[in-house]
Design a protein around this ligand. Structure first.
Ligand code: MN
Length: 221
């Protein structure tokens, strides 16, 4: 069984960009439901999950859209919470240099990130990714699609483009949400760690593994 990972901060920590009310709905309802449905689907199929990353890749290969959607959304949301911090940060070191190389400046990256997110039709995610050579790019993915199935790319950060991520606070103003989000919330220290991992220095972030104790209990019961 996968458990819903704890939020790394309080419900009101991301205000005013993401309100306490939004975070309650987003984490308590949306994210929790993806994890619950994922576990139900695995149980129904009699599958003992390995890692969440393996589950996502296998579901994608098997064309199991329902399992893929719920597994990928569980991963995406936990990564999204990890991509943010209540403390305003700026990129540093190698990451700051790579941002300047690819986008001229942090402001250039902001423009690319917001433009990609605003131009993305419908639900999805906007990512900052790095390839193995350390070249940065901005990408968006549709619905539950993520970067786990693209083994050549490492995500540095992501922002949720589904309306449930911003509608209570910003209504239909996705651009306003993304601009405010980019200025206040990216966890650049975490992004820097991911950037090093992309180039082979350290391991990239992994979703917490399923709870083995919980599985044993289920089988015994
Ligand atoms: Mn979401």
């Amino acid at each position: 069984m996968f458990t819903l990972p704890k939020l790394p901060y309080g419900y009101d920590a991301l205000e005013p960009v993401i309100s306490e009310r939004t975070l309650h709905f987003h984490y308590d309802k949306h994210h929790a439901t993806y994890v619950k449905t994922l576990n139900e689907l695995l149980e129904k199929a009699g599958k003992t999950p390995g890692t969440l990353e393996q589950t996502i890749v296998e579901a994608s290969k098997a064309g199991d859209k329902k399992l893929f959607n719920n597994a990928a959304q569980a991963w995406n949301h936990t990564f999204f919470w990890s991509s943010m911090t209540p403390h305003r940060e700026r990129p540093a070191g190698d990451l700051a240099k790579a941002i300047d190389a690819a986008f001229d400046s942090l402001d250039g990256l902001k423009k690319a990130f917001v433009t990609e997110g605003v131009g993305h039709f419908g639900s999805g995610w906007v990512w900052l990714v790095a390839d193995k050579s350390g070249t940065l790019a901005v990408r968006s993915t549709h619905d539950a699609d993520d970067t786990v199935i693209q083994s050549d790319l490492t995500p540095l950060m992501v922002c949720d483009l589904w309306e449930h991520a911003y509608y209570l606070d910003h209504q239909n103003d996705r651009k306003g949400f993304l601009e405010a989000w980019f200025d206040a919330l990216p966890h650049w220290e975490f992004a820097g760690y991911q950037f090093a991992a992309a180039k082979g220095n350290g391991e990239p972030w992994r979703h917490p593994a399923p709870d083995a104790g919980e599985q044993r209990n289920t089988r015994a019961g």
